[in-house]
Design a protein. Structure first.
Length: 306
């Protein structure tokens, strides 16, 4: 990628965004490391958030940082092995973020479900399987994306350019054979399944919170000084995380199709796609920090005093 004024402007814009996102994710990871070393017992939800934050951090490192360096005009800073490794890690982190978000929304809807709900019988079972489920998911995504390095090449690769697509610092093959089509279908099927479960559980959770708010409406009316009810705050958190993730994931898929189908991708379109793609790892830690009391009291003292 050439060093042009437009590329420089985009690099200057991306650098502080990625830096802020890394600081937010690092703060949450540091908080959980402190809890582990002090012998504190992590709740099931904390285990999920720990995996989500770790995946978000590596997503920013493997996607945001190389793209920013390419905008600043650094050439060939990754060789063939480096490109294969960084693209493989990013694909695994992308899949893990999707799975963990699905697990988080499903866990929350089961947790807040009333005793007469059909989900009530799963409350005690799901807490025992959170840790093994996350560990198994890491292994599953490492295996699902095992063919990614074979399709990625370094930027210095010049042979057979008609079947290559470049993103400024790495390239990958675009092939239409049956084996690749089946492999992509498998990846899309697993992603679609997680997206469907996440959407259904999020809608169910918002519905439960809304019904609960209506049942205790008289309590909130008596405390008229409360500007935002707990149900509204929880609903807003769910909607922000889920909507941001869906936008980020959808843009990532559209960006891949756009690169594959266009002969000469426009810079501003690529830049918008890239920013929206990494938006979730940047926004997510601050949504979590502002809604977890123990983290807020550690990193936001003014909020805890209030």
């Amino acid at each position: 990628m050439k060093m042009t004024p437009a590329n420089l402007a985009m690099g200057i814009f991306l650098f502080p965004q990625i830096t802020v996102g890394m600081l937010g994710n690092s703060s949450i990871l540091f908080y959980y490391v402190v809890l582990i070393f002090t012998g504190k017992h992590l709740m099931p939800k904390d285990l999920i958030l720990e995996h989500l934050t770790f995946a978000n951090s590596l997503s920013l490192i493997t996607k945001g940082i190389p793209q920013t360096m390419a905008h600043f005009g650094f050439k060939d800073f990754l060789d063939d092995i480096g490109c294969k490794l960084i693209m493989y890690i990013y694909r695994v982190m992308r899949g893990m973020s999707l799975y963990v978000m699905c697990l988080l929304s499903s866990f929350q809807v089961i947790t807040i479900s009333p005793n007469n709900s059909r989900w009530h019988k799963f409350k005690h079972r799901i807490t025992k399987h959170i840790g093994p489920s996350c560990s198994l998911s890491w292994l599953l995504h490492l295996l699902l994306n095992i063919l990614t390095p074979a399709r990625v090449l370094g930027p210095i690769y010049k042979k057979n350019m008609t079947n290559l697509v470049s993103n400024g610092y790495c390239s990958w093959f675009v092939s239409g054979n049956v084996a690749v089509a089946l492999y992509m279908f498998l990846l899309c099927f697993s992603d679609g399944l997680c997206l469907g479960l996440m959407a259904c559980s999020s809608v169910s959770m918002v519905s439960l919170l809304y019904r609960h708010k209506r049942q205790v409406k008289h309590i909130h009316s008596a405390h008229h000084f409360l500007k935002v009810s707990p149900e509204d705050r929880a609903t807003q958190t769910i909607l922000i995380l889920v909507c941001t993730f869906l936008i980020s994931y959808s843009v990532s898929s559209i960006r891949l199709v756009f690169r594959t189908s266009s002969n000469g991708p426009m810079l501003w379109v690529e830049s918008v796609f890239l920013y929206l793609e990494i938006c979730f790892p940047i926004v997510c830690p601050f949504v979590l920090i502002s809604n977890i009391k123990s983290i807020s009291s550690l990193f936001l003292p003014c909020c805890s005093k209030r």
